[in-house]
Design a protein around this ligand. Structure first.
Ligand code: SF4
Length: 292
């Protein structure tokens, strides 16, 4: 009987920016009672719950807190809110914005002084994109898909910046469409972690019968991994072990696992163990059937 093989993508799970943000928050929480994050620190509900148990509470409305320490999430907040928070007495702001996101914000800010129009390729409603737009002094146009390109005005040069977790393929396709309107200046702000996770997931998806993508349903980079893999092979996007169904693995020999940049290792391990158990029980069932 062929034994099922479970393979994990070479690059998956926590990235540098997420690790850094969690370490910062945990360090602060170890010595302070009132530690808050403005919105979830990272896009993984299970890890956010774990942090809550360590005393790191999520708040959506910063005006509701009178004092304490406020940690800013990895994918940044709007410029005006940031400025407002920095002026508030009794609140210490710890900026855990990922340096790669900061770089994209700085580029948009600089461009806002000299260009007429800044195009941001990304998800309109994603917190990172909302924050990026806030640095553009009303000059940003967000392009999520090719059909949005028609919103762009013809100017001498069109400056194009990317959401850090965009798919390079999608970014290049959109840049190609924009270049039909005017000359384009590209600022590729897709981070290395995103690029590595997407290429590793694509490679793995080509060599297995089924892919499991683990990560928050609210995580943009995890959703992108799902989109990439599902074009190649049957793929499921799950957040936790309870979502796994035995039937997915019937008649599948190789199982691939990947995880978004905000998925902690303990969730990946739990899910891997569960899949191993399912595969093991499947083998036992078949053995017993043969005996009969
Ligand atoms: S995915 Fe990239 S930009 Fe986002 S936190 Fe991780 S390293 Fe930073």
């Amino acid at each position: 009987m062929i034994k099922k093989q479970i393979k994990i993508a070479k690059s998956s799970g926590f990235c540098f920016g997420v690790k850094r943000a969690i370490e910062l928050a945990e360090k602060v929480a170890a010595n302070n009672k009132k530690v808050y994050t403005f919105g979830p620190l990272i896009h993984n509900p299970q890890e956010v719950k774990r942090l809550d148990k360590e005393g790191i509470k999520v708040i959506e409305n910063h005006s509701k807190i009178r004092k304490g320490i406020l940690v800013l999430r990895t994918h940044g907040i709007e410029q005006k809110i940031h400025e407002k928070l920095s002026k508030r007495k009794n609140i210490d702001v710890i900026d855990a914005t990922c340096p790669f996101v900061k770089r994209a914000q700085d580029i948009v800010k600089k461009l806002s002084y000299k260009s007429e129009q800044i195009v941001i390729v990304g998800e309109k409603t994603h917190p990172e994109v909302i924050a990026l737009v806030s640095y553009g002094k009303g000059k940003c146009v967000v392009v999520e898909e090719e059909k949005d390109v028609k919103k762009i005005r013809k100017t001498d040069v069109i400056h194009v910046v990317s959401q850090t977790t965009q798919s390079p393929k999608q970014f290049n396709n959109i840049v190609e469409c924009i270049s039909r309107i005017s000359k384009v200046k590209i600022y590729n702000t897709i981070c290395r972690a995103t690029f590595d996770r997407q290429s590793a997931a694509e490679r793995l998806a080509k060599s297995v019968d089924i892919m499991i993508v683990i990560g928050g349903k609210n995580s943009g980079n995890t959703r992108r991994l799902y989109q990439i893999c599902s074009k190649i092979v049957k793929t499921y996007h799950i957040e936790n072990v309870e979502e796994i169904k035995k039937s997915w693995f019937n008649s599948k020999t190789t199982v691939g696992i990947t995880a978004g940049a905000s998925t902690p290792n303990w969730i990946i391990e739990n899910i891997k163990r569960r899949i191993e158990k399912i595969c093991e029980s499947g083998r036992k069932d078949k053995k017993q059937e043969k005996k009969k």
